[in-house]
Design a protein around this ligand. Structure first.
Ligand SMILES: *Cc1c(COP(=O)(O)O)cnc(C)c1O
Length: 404
């Protein structure tokens, strides 16, 4: 067995070069702190990009995984399994959903959502009604269908021809949707309640309400991509509750497994009926280990005191970042909801998000970017208050050096 030490350099020798990872390799984590190979400690405000919703090595999640690991790992969808059924029941109990499909990633949950929307319209209205309306700068994943529905053309470059029947309207602009939607052709409108990857940009409540109405008037399904905003991230179990707008289909992933790969597509019984036996599937979807972990995540995150805690932590983090922004003139705005925050760089610092990320690492705090103009924070939903305070101190030190 090869147990030689590995270093960051090895990445360039053995990995496909589609990522540009940082120079440190974290090897251990506990709560919101992680340690690298050299034993250097970091406070984690990245949260694995809104994934490690309960921090690292959460005893409840470790316990759920170990307990299930000793029972049964995998059965395939030729059989069902107890953890999958329990999790589906829990998700239905806590949301608008009446039916659940499990997958392994956000892209796959969205792929299922888009296929279901097409199939539903095909079944109820015929093949002409297949168009999907999505939004510029939206992000829905990296499969060819999801990247095509996504609104950043650079991610399609060199991969075309792309699937057809997809239109992109302007986010937060209902008139641009009205210009594209029709009873004859539109099967679905797909939207992130808060555009995550492209800069933590929240939808206006009136915009989402308007989309709901337009979908109803045009017999189109409303799909919310809550891969990033779901599972307590905004202080609500799902962001649609915050907006008071209920979709027909919702995709969930990232935080759902707290770091174990699992995803879900939620929908109503009526819409779900269009994915009959044999129409869609996933080998690992509904895997017993994944569902056992996600069960523990949902049971924990859905507790009112945890969700309330997200808002308290959000206030503290938001205020701290706004103070730093004002003191050093680096942020024009801190936007987002709950523990999905975007600190928008002032004109002078546009395009420099990566410098802030690297400066943070030097001082022992891990932050994210969302595009080149926004510093994104998506820490554990239960990050201790003292870790927030210390992370702010470290980040301020980083900003002080960067702006000196
Ligand atoms: C991350 C993300 C995805 C893709 O999820 P993967 O698990 O990487 O496939 C899709 N939609 C949104 C809104 C996301 O933030």
């Amino acid at each position: 067995m090869n147990r030689e030490p590995v270093s960051r350099e090895l990445f360039d020798e053995v990995m496909v070069p589609n990522y540009a990872p940082g120079n440190i390799i974290p090897v251990r984590g506990e709560g919101s702190r992680v340690w690298d190979q050299e034993g250097r400690e970091f406070i984690d405000l990245q949260g694995g990009i809104a994934v490690t919703s309960l921090g690292h090595a959460h005893p409840g999640l470790v316990g759920a995984l170990q307990e299930q690991a000793e029972k049964v790992w995998h059965l395939s969808n030729v059989m069902t399994n107890e953890p999958a059924l329990r999790l589906a029941k829990t998700l239905c109990d806590h949301t608008f959903a009446e039916r659940v499909f499990f997958a392994n990633s956000g892209a796959e949950a969205n792929e299922a959502a888009f296929k279901l929307a097409r199939r539903y319209s095909w079944e109820h209205y015929g093949p002409e009604k297949h168009e999907i309306i999505s939004f510029k700068n939206a992000f829905h994943g990296r499969t060819l269908f999801t990247v095509s529905v996504g609104g950043q053309h650079k991610y399609l470059e060199g991969f075309e021809p792309a699937p057809g029947g997809i239109h992109h309207a302007d986010f937060n602009d209902l008139d641009s949707v009205k210009a594209l939607i029709s009873k004859e052709k539109t099967c679905a409108v797909v939207v992130e309640p808060i555009q995550g990857e492209s800069g933590v940009l929240p939808a206006d409540p009136e915009f989402l309400k308007g989309l709901r109405q337009l979908c109803d008037e045009n017999n189109a399904l409303l799909v919310f991509d809550e891969v990033q905003t779901g599972v307590g991230r905004t202080g609500y179990l799902y962001a649609y509750e915050m907006y008071g707008v209920t979709p027909d289909i919702l995709s969930s992933a990232k935080g759902l497994g707290g770091g174990f790969p699992v995803a879900a597509m939620l929908t109503t019984a009526k819409v779900a009926a269009s994915l009959g036996v044999g129409t869609h599937g996933s080998t690992y979807g509904g895997n017993a280990l994944a569902c056992a972990v996600a069960q523990k995540v949902i049971d924990t995150v859905s507790q009112p005191e945890i969700l309330k805690g997200v808002n308290a932590r959000s206030d503290k983090l938001r205020k701290g970042m706004m103070n730093i922004g004002e003191r050093y003139g680096v942020f024009s705005e801190v936007r987002g909801a709950g523990l999905l925050l975007g600190c928008v760089l002032t004109e002078q610092w546009q395009g420099k998000a990566k410098d802030f990320l690297n400066a943070g690492l030097e001082e022992g705090v891990m932050v994210l970017m969302a595009g080149a103009n926004v510093i994104r924070l998506a820490p554990s939903l239960i990050i201790p208050e003292v870790d927030i305070e210390e992370a702010l101190e470290r980040f301020e030190a980083a900003v002080e050096k960067l702006t000196a």
